[in-house]
Design a protein around this ligand. Structure first.
Ligand SMILES: Cc1cc2nc3c(=O)[nH]c(=O)nc-3n(C[C@H](O)[C@H](O)[C@H](O)COP(=O)(O)OP(=O)(O)OC[C@H]3O[C@@H](n4cnc5c(N)ncnc54)[C@H](O)[C@@H]3O)c2cc1C
Length: 523
């Protein structure tokens, strides 16, 4: 049975949660984004903070601390900033623990957002930085009624048919029940008199209250010149709709986080992180792998290894903001209190897989412009690109699955994962499986310096997005360990969203700055 809770959970398994924007909000983007400024921090007066990790959380911490007058050293193990916001372009190498290195082969302008790919309108923190750093945005079509739901037996239904025919059948049934007086205990005569005409409109019912099909579900013949009349299809029988296991996914874009229209940075999600880096006085030190963390008499000492030269260096600072994912941090030599270490080790990370191909845009010939087809199984969906409409080729995301199914799927050899995803696309778009070339796989649990897409706080139980995260380990890590402040999307109520990292960074640096002001009063 699909309850609200497990629909939300299923949506969650698709990946980072979402939100949306209606067209008006999009037009007013700048105004909305500007609303999300950080309240001023007490001045840093040159105190030194070392920030570990240059994902969105570390970048926000570093940028805002610099703005407040702190001296910041930002250490990043990878040779790029952005962390999980990873845009893969032609020639990029995909290294995963226990797997052969893959090299992306994409034509000009084609890229894959292996991590975050969409931004909802209410993530005004992130949108505010896009505004501040001049990062151009475009519409991300998160939901298209031209896309499909595909059942286990391979039966495909266009989403517009599924949505409108279900609505028609439900309206017809309800109208029948009202007319037969079955609901007279539940509704007043006045409301019944208002509801019946509404149901006729809502379900596009015939004058006799029956549902025979609707133009909303598409046409079998389109209106033409002269007396070439349009014709509607007949309604899909209710049992056929109900038999499609993906039917509940037609509610996908009703979820606040998965609204139909969202935004994406033009050219790739990492454009935002590059914007931060450009605006830092001391840009991130790349290839700087932190190996040891120690408290000192005056602050903290961090040992890091320069991956290019092999040289080992130490940074001594007054305070630290540590944004390294806990799955990684638990194996770094640190003198944290035992309770802190236990809390770090106690946070488990989820699984999530994405598989991308380059292909000629055959889906546009089937009138699909952006949006998602839901296919179930371990690959879960097929996501069509919003960028580059009507160009020759594009990136098709043929798998984005998370949770327990993803944990099993990622154990398959990479070529097998690719072929499985191709097979699903072939069933969905017959004849086009062979159009897919240069498949690449990202199994997030195997990605070094991440070791998972986001934490899994489910404790083995089904968890809806709206359930608060409040475990003892989570609470422990909100407090500093000595002069080390932890910040991460994982320490927010939206661990699957960049906005969570921004919120966490801002909260933790505000605590750090208040303490620094108390410990280092102005002379
Ligand atoms: C598949 C997927 C889809 C997602 N979809 C969306 C979406 O559509 N929209 C959205 O807003 N969010 C989405 N998210 C969530 C978003 O990516 C994260 O919430 C956010 O990027 C986390 O930022 P962070 O800075 O907290 O962590 P990270 O980005 O992981 O940053 C941590 C940094 O620490 C560095 N590091 C690790 N170890 C060391 C070390 N030893 N020394 C130095 N540095 C180290 C890492 O390299 C990394 O740069 C998605 C995530 C995934 C994985």
């Amino acid at each position: 049975m699909i309850t609200r809770r497990n629909l939300l959970t299923r949506l969650g398994l698709l990946g980072g949660l979402g939100v949306t924007v209606n067209a008006m909000q999009l037009l007013g983007l700048n105004g909305a984004a500007r609303a999300a400024e950080l309240p001023p921090l007490p001045p840093g007066r040159g105190l030194h903070v070392v920030v570990l990790g240059a994902g969105i959380t570390g970048l926000v911490a570093a940028y805002e601390l610099e703005q407040a007058g702190y001296r910041v050293t930002l250490l990043e193990a990878r040779d790029r900033v952005g962390g999980r916001a990873w845009t893969i372009r032609d020639g990029d190498r995909i290294e995963m623990v226990g797997e052969a290195t893959q090299t992306a082969k994409f034509s000009d302008g084609i890229y894959m957002n292996a991590g975050p790919a969409r931004i909802p309108s209410f993530h005004t923190g992130l949108l505010g930085y896009c505004d501040k750093f001049g990062v151009p945005l475009e519409v991300e079509v998160n939901s298209s009624r031209s896309a499909f739901i595909m059942g286990k037996d391979g039966t495909k239904i266009r989403q517009r048919v599924a949505v409108n025919d279900m609505r028609g059948h439900i309206a017809e049934l309800l109208a029948k029940a009202l007319n037969q007086g079955s609901l007279d205990q539940a509704i007043s005569p006045a409301d019944k008199a208002r509801l019946l005409p509404f149901l006729r409109m809502y379900g596009d019912l015939a004058a006799d209250g029956s549902f025979k099909g609707s133009e909303r579900s598409g046409m079998t013949a389109f209106p033409g010149a002269g007396v070439t009349f349009a014709a509607n299809g007949t309604a899909l029988p209710l049992e056929q709709l109900l038999a499609n296991e993906q039917l509940p996914m037609t509610l996908f874009d009703d979820a606040l986080y998965m609204q139909a229209t969202m935004v994406e940075p033009v050219g790739g999600m990492d454009r935002i992180h590059a914007g931060f880096d450009r605006n830092l006085r001391a840009p991130a030190i790349r290839g700087a792998e932190v190996t040891r963390i120690r408290h000192s008499a005056k602050g903290v000492d961090v040992v890091w290894r320069d991956k290019r030269s092999g040289a080992v260096r130490t940074v001594a600072a007054d305070y630290m903001v540590c944004t390294i994912p806990f799955a990684v941090l638990k194996d770094i030599d640190a003198d944290f209190a035992p309770a802190t270490k236990r809390a770090i080790a106690g946070i488990r990370y989820d699984y999530s897989n994405k598989i991308a191909f380059e292909a000629p845009r055959f889906w546009e010939k089937e009138q699909i412009y952006g949006g998602i087809s839901f296919v179930g199984g371990p690959t879960s969906l097929v996501w069509y690109p919003s960028a580059g409409l009507h160009t020759a080729r594009g990136m098709l995301l043929a798998c984005y699955g998370s949770g327990p199914d993803a944990a099993v799927f990622e154990k398959r050899p990479l070529p097998e994962q690719i072929e499985f995803a191709r097979g699903v696309v072939e069933r969905l778009h017959p004849g086009h499986g062979s159009d897919l070339v240069n498949g690449i796989v990202v199994n997030w649990h195997k990605v070094p310096y991440s070791l998972g897409p986001w934490p899994d706080f489910s404790d083995g139980k089904a968890r809806g997005f709206e359930d608060p995260i409040d475990t003892p380990d989570f609470r422990r890590l909100l407090d500093p360990d000595g002069r080390v402040y932890f910040a991460s999307a994982a320490l927010s109520q939206t661990p699957g969203w960049q906005e969570g990292g921004i919120a966490s960074a801002r909260t933790q640096i505000a605590k750090l700055a208040a303490r620094a002001a108390a410990e280092h009063p102005a002379a």
